[in-house]
Design a protein around this ligand. Structure first.
Ligand code: AHG
Ligand code: MN
Ligand code: MN
Length: 353
C-alpha cells in the first residue's frame, strides 16, 4: 500500500501561508473569474500598502518625502508630499492590471481613468491615499482607506455618475494602518479580517479572522476643540460621558487609527457637523462609507445621527457626511441625544404654529 505523506506542521504553516490573495479565494470558495479579479485587486492594494509603508518608514531620511507641496486640493486642504506620493502609488499599481478602470480619490477633483484597463476592468477604486496627513511629519500613525465598486454602465462621458450611489453598492472595503506594524483590514461582505505585514516575507499574513466589535466600549473619539461649534445634541452626549464613569477620550487625528481602536476595543468615533461645515469634515465615498461597511460587517453601526451611513446617497464625488461610528450601543446612545433634540424642536415648532 502507498503511504501518503502527512505534513506534521500543517495547521501552523497554513496560517503562515494565508496571504491576502489566498484568503479572498477561501472566503468566496471559488476560483472563478470574479474571485480571480477580487483576489488580484486585493493583491495590488497590498502592494500599494507595502510601497507606502516603505516610504513612511524612512521618510525623514528621504529627500522631499515630508512637508507640504504648497498646493491645496479640491477640498481646500493643504496637500502634503506624502499625499501626492500615496495617490500616485495607487494609480501605478493598477496600471496595466486589466482590473480597475477608474480611480477616485480625495486628492483628485475628477476620477482618473486607465483607458488600457477599461475594455475589461469592470471595477472602480475609491480611496483616501493618506488619512490623517497631519500626523505624517511627526511620525505618528496614518492610514489609507479604500473601497471597490463595480462599474455600472459604460460611463462614456467620463462623468462617473454611477458612483453617486449608496455605500450598499460597495463590494469590498478596507484600510491599511501604518503604525508600529503595518496592518491591512478588509471585508468583501463576509466578515472583517486583519492581516499584518511580515516584512521578512514581504507579505500580509492573516492575523485576526471574523473580527467582532464589542457591543459597547469605553472609548469616545472626537475633536473636542470643536465643542463650541456643535449642535446642542452632540454637546449633550459629550456632557453625558463627562459625567459618567467608564469613559476614556482617545483621539489621534487619524480616523484610521481611531477606527481601528474602536473596532478592536469598542466605543464610538464622532465627526459631527460644525458651524463651519454642517456635514462635518469626512468624505462619504472614500472615508465614511468604506469604514461603515467594515463596521457593519463587524456587528457595529455607522450613522449620520438620523440615517445609516450606508444608505446615504452623495450628490457629488467629494460629498461629506457627519459620522458616528462604532459599537452598536454607543452609536445608539449618541443617536438618542440627537433624536431627543429633534423631538423638542418639533414640539416647539408645533406650539408656535
Ligand atoms: P485626511 O488627512 O485624509 O484629510 O483626513 C483627516 C481626517 C481624519 O483622519 C481625522 O479623523 C480628522 O480629519 C481630523 O480632523 P480634525 O483635525 O479637524 O480633528
Ligand atoms: Mn482622511
Ligand atoms: Mn487623506
Amino acid at each position: 500500500m502507498v503511504e501518503h505523506y502527512q505534513p506534521t506542521q500543517e495547521a501552523a504553516l497554513d496560517r503562515d501561508c494565508t496571504t491576502l490573495s489566498r484568503h479572498v479565494f477561501q472566503q468566496l470558495q471559488s476560483f472563478g473569474p470574479d474571485a480571480q479579479d477580487l483576489s488580484a485587486i486585493m493583491n495590488r492594494i497590498a502592494l500599494a500598502g507595502k510601497l507606502i509603508a516603505r516610504r513612511l518608514t524612512h521618510a525623514d531620511l528621504v529627500e522631499d518625502a515630508l512637508g507640504f507641496t504648497g498646493r491645496t486640493n479640491v477640498q481646500g486642504e493643504a496637500v502634503k508630499k506624502m499625499d501626492v506620493f500615496a495617490n500616485d502609488v495607487f494609480i501605478s499599481v493598477f496600471k496595466q492590471s486589466g482590473l480597475v478602470c477608474r480611480l477616485a480619490s480625495e486628492e483628485m477633483e475628477a476620477p482618473y481613468y486607465i483607458p488600457e484597463n477599461c475594455p475589461i476592468g469592470r471595477y472602480t477604486l475609491l480611496y483616501d491615499p493618506i488619512d490623517g496627513s497631519s500626523n505624517v511629519d511627526i511620525n505618528l500613525n496614518v492610514g489609507s482607506i479604500f473601497a471597490i465598486r463595480q462599474q455600472q454602465g459604460e460611463d462614456i462621458d467620463q462623468k462617473a455618475s454611477d458612483l453617486l450611489t449608496s455605500g450598499r453598492e460597495q463590494i469590498a472595503a478596507g484600510y491599511i494602518l501604518y503604525g508600529p506594524s503595518t496592518v491591512l483590514v478588509y471585508s468583501i461582505g463576509r466578515g472583517v479580517h486583519s492581516f499584518t505585514l511580515d516584512a521578512s516575507l514581504g507579505e500580509f499574513i492573516l492575523a485576526n479572522e471574523n473580527i467582532q466589535a464589542p457591543s459597547h466600549g469605553p472609548n469616545y473619539s472626537v475633536n473636542e476643540g470643536n465643542f463650541w461649534q456643535w449642535e446642542d445634541s452632540v454637546r449633550d452626549y459629550i456632557r453625558y460621558v463627562h459625567r459618567h464613569e467608564g469613559y476614556s477620550a482617545r483621539y489621534s487625528g487619524a480616523l484610521v487609527g481611531d477606527f481601528h481602536r474602536i473596532l478592536m476595543q469598542g466605543g464610538v468615533f464622532l465627526y459631527p457637523g460644525t458651524l463651519k461645515n454642517p456635514n462635518g469634515k469626512l468624505r462619504l465615498l472614500y472615508e465614511s462609507a468604506p469604514l461603515a461597511f467594515l463596521m457593519e460587517q463587524a456587528g457595529g453601526r455607522a450613522s449620520t445621527g438620523v440615517q445609516d451611513i450606508l444608505d446615504v446617497k452623495p450628490d457629488r464625488l467629494h460629498a461629506r457626511t457627519p459620522l458616528i461610528i462604532g459599537s452598536p450601543d454607543d452609536v445608539a446612545l449618541v443617536e438618542s441625544f440627537i433624536k431627543e433634540r429633534i423631538r423638542e424642536q418639533e414640539v416647539l415648532s408645533a406650539s408656535q404654529r
